[in-house]
Design a protein around this ligand. Sequence first.
Ligand SMILES: NC(=O)c1ccc[n+]([C@@H]2O[C@H](COP(=O)([O-])OP(=O)(O)OC[C@H]3O[C@@H](n4cnc5c(N)ncnc54)[C@H](O)[C@@H]3O)[C@@H](O)[C@H]2O)c1
Length: 356
Amino acid sequence: MVHRLAVIGLGDMGSAHARGFDQLENCHVVATVDLNPSGVPQHATEWRHGLPRHYTNYREMLEREKPEAVVVAVPDLLHREVSEAVLHAGCDLLLEKPVATTLADTDAIIALAAEKNKLLQIGLVYRYSNFYRRMAELGAQPGHEVTLMWCKELRQPFPQRPWFYSQHATGGTIVEKDCHHFDIFNWVIGSRAVRVFATGGQHRWKSGSEIACNYCPDPPRVIEQIDTVDHALVTVDYENGARACLILCMYLTPQNVMPEGLEIGAIARSGRQICAYGDSRMGVGGIGEPFTWETIDMKGDNDGLGHIGCQEQRRDFLRCLDERRTPLADGKVGRDSLAIALAAEQSIREMRPIDL
Ligand SMILES: NC(=O)c1ccc[n+]([C@@H]2O[C@H](COP(=O)([O-])OP(=O)(O)OC[C@H]3O[C@@H](n4cnc5c(N)ncnc54)[C@H](O)[C@@H]3O)[C@@H](O)[C@H]2O)c1
């Protein structure tokens, strides 16, 4: 069956979704929505299933096109409003992370999807990567349960678009960026986060800073109001005694030039060590296990199109539509990672540990 899909929000992420879904045999992107001119190919020949009709008003699109499913990739603050319109229109939903900027909005989206009996998949793309699935499998092996994890996310700034630098619009830098990493912690550790402590602030990006993100096509721009942190240290305690820690820096220029790139590591009570570098190299070792670099299929889940897991995330959404199955990255998975991120933001503001 060919699924009729629409994409709302055609910035970096939404245009990648539109192009990625168009590559899949069983998906027809019938419509796109953005306030600004489309960031996707404009000629029918560039689309596998023909040029989608473009709208500037998502309510009008939902009314006219009656798509079966919708991808929502608008700025975070709009997630609830747009998701509710999509669910009320009777569509299944692939919603970009973070689910929303507050737990109240998150719970409202999850409850409405359940009430309408609609699928809700969250864009936690790492869940669909062979790379981190392997890490989660290693973490689930009996006798090797993971007790310590870390993530070093040292990177360039967000794109120089004002919403990324607004606490109100994003829920905070840690919400916008690190729900991915907290989700990997939750997945590999396999327990419930119970306490979060964080410290952070502004070393470099303050109101009036000129920002030039190295992957953003816009010219460098002065961001008048910045009330988000540009660095943070976050620790997370789990119910089973495991602990995890995140180091975040958002001002490496022009980008992270350290050879390891994004580093995520895990240590098991058995002494086993797992380290992952740059979403591409994973090593495992411990007692009776010589340290080895594993070969992992990195292409099979993204078809060479972008972020690891990106095409598998889309294929699996279509499979969930076919089978009416709950997505791997469902609302609860999205909520669990968001709760840690929001607690970290609160911990920085209040300078105290936050119980979840
Ligand atoms: N899963 C991932 O790895 C990943 C990566 C990047 C971004 N994201 C998420 O995707 C979402 C969008 O991020 P982005 O980087 O694409 O941002 P962006 O600023 O590049 O794009 C947002 C787009 O939404 C459009 N928009 C705003 N209001 C709208 C409205 N009312 N109706 C229709 N369109 C509207 C804007 O014009 C813009 O084109 C965010 O929630 C972000 O967290 C996820």
